[in-house]
Design a protein around this ligand. Structure first.
Ligand code: A2P
Length: 349
């Protein structure tokens, strides 16, 4: 991307849960924005957002929305991305796409800045932001992969409503109120009651009985780690939490781990914060992870059933590091803003 002092940025899906977070993070990180364009459906025209003290009206997403736009942050769903990304790229923009539309496309880099920032250089107009559960799993375990080589990952997720968008968060709130008031819980977004319940992830079941969310975690890990050999076996579950995902992770390593060494590796890992107080029984929780940039990691313990095994419990904000923050960190690398990026130093050499 041609270096400029400020960039024209469009958020596609600006009124959604991730879109609104993108707007906040652009302001918080003081991203060099010249003009900000907020795009959503015709339903949202009339809405106004504040950005650095200015009122910005939402515009309807149309084919001519990308004129003079340098960077598009896309989070309006896979079908919308498939339709509008080629148009934006043709207009000269780089699209950082938070949907699953291009993640497995071999021509499109799939990037977590702490892991594979160099892949950004290979882009041809589109860079994909990984699935939220994949990001929250890989940020803390990548440094362990570097020192002990991970052979297999066994992971169970506890995923918040935010992953299904703003309407799903509202559904959790409304159902909770309804159930407490003795009214029937209305289901519109999720197939089952989410309040006071949990269920297997609501994406479609595909091959071998795995749902789409689980398949994404398998495929995306291989692509981001540049390793076809790494094995991943996930179970994805939706829980009645607003915005942070948690995951129970068991790793099978090539080398016998020592707890002290693993703790040191995690303490030095970018984007990771250790929350591991055995005495106080205080470990990563979604409430504490919400609003934080770091992925919290704890329950750090050896696997008593396997000498080369290691167990962890993590929690990370799905809307921030799991989506909007990761996308904006990619944009920061794209524009060469190295001062704020926490990236894998080895890859940056
Ligand atoms: P809108 O609010 O106008 O429906 P979430 O994932 O939180 O549900 O957000 C989805 C985002 O994608 C919202 O900003 C939503 O806008 C936007 N969106 C959904 N459908 C369309 C569409 N057909 N055209 C443009 N934006 C869309």
């Amino acid at each position: 991307m041609r270096k400029k002092s400020k960039y024209n940025v469009a958020i596609m899906g600006a009124t959604g849960a991730v879109g609104e977070e993108m707007l906040k993070i652009l302001e918080q990180r003081n991203f060099p924005v010249k003009r900000l364009v907020l795009l959503a459906s015709a339903r949202s025209v009339g809405k106004i957002y504040r950005f650095h003290g200015q009122d910005i009206p939402v515009q309807e997403l149309k084919e001519d929305s990308f004129r003079d736009i340098d960077i598009v942050l896309a989070s309006a769903g896979g079908l919308i991305s498939k339709k509008f990304t080629p148009i934006a790229v043709k207009e000269g923009a780089v699209v950082i796409d938070n949907t699953s539309a291009y993640r497995t496309d071999p021509e499109v880099p799939l990037v977590i800045p702490e892991i594979n920032p160099k892949d950004i250089k290979k882009h041809q107009g589109i860079i994909a932001n990984p699935n939220c559960s994949t990001i929250i799993m890989l940020v803390p375990i990548y440094p362990i992969h570097k020192t002990h080589r991970i052979k297999r990952i066994i992971v169970s997720t506890y995923q918040a409503a935010s992953g299904a968008g703003a309407k799903a968060m509202k559904e959790l709130e409304d159902q909770t109120r309804d159930v407490l008031a003795g009214r029937p819980a209305k289901k519109e977004i999720f197939p089952h009651q989410i309040a006071f319940n949990l269920f297997s992830h609501n994406s479609a079941i595909k091959d071998e009985g795995y749902n789409e969310e689980e398949i994404k975690m398998v495929q995306e890990t291989k692509k981001i780690f540049h390793s076809e050999r790494i094995k991943v076996v996930p179970t994805s579950v939706r829980v009645p939490i607003f915005r942070a995902h948690s995951e129970s992770i068991t790793l099978e390593l090539a080398k016998v781990p020592e707890l002290q060494e693993i703790r040191e590796v995690l303490a030095n890992a970018p984007g990771v914060k250790i929350v591991d107080d055995r005495e106080k029984n205080n470990f990563p929780m979604p409430l504490e992870a919400s609003g934080q940039d770091d992925v919290l990691v704890g329950r750090i313990r050896l696997d008593i059933s396997n000498p080369k095994g290691l167990c962890l419990f993590v929690a990370g904000d799905q809307l921030r590091k799991g989506a909007a923050l990761n996308a904006i960190q990619i944009a920061e690398i794209l524009i060469g803003r190295r001062d704020v990026v926490i990236a894998n130093p080895e890859q940056n050499k």
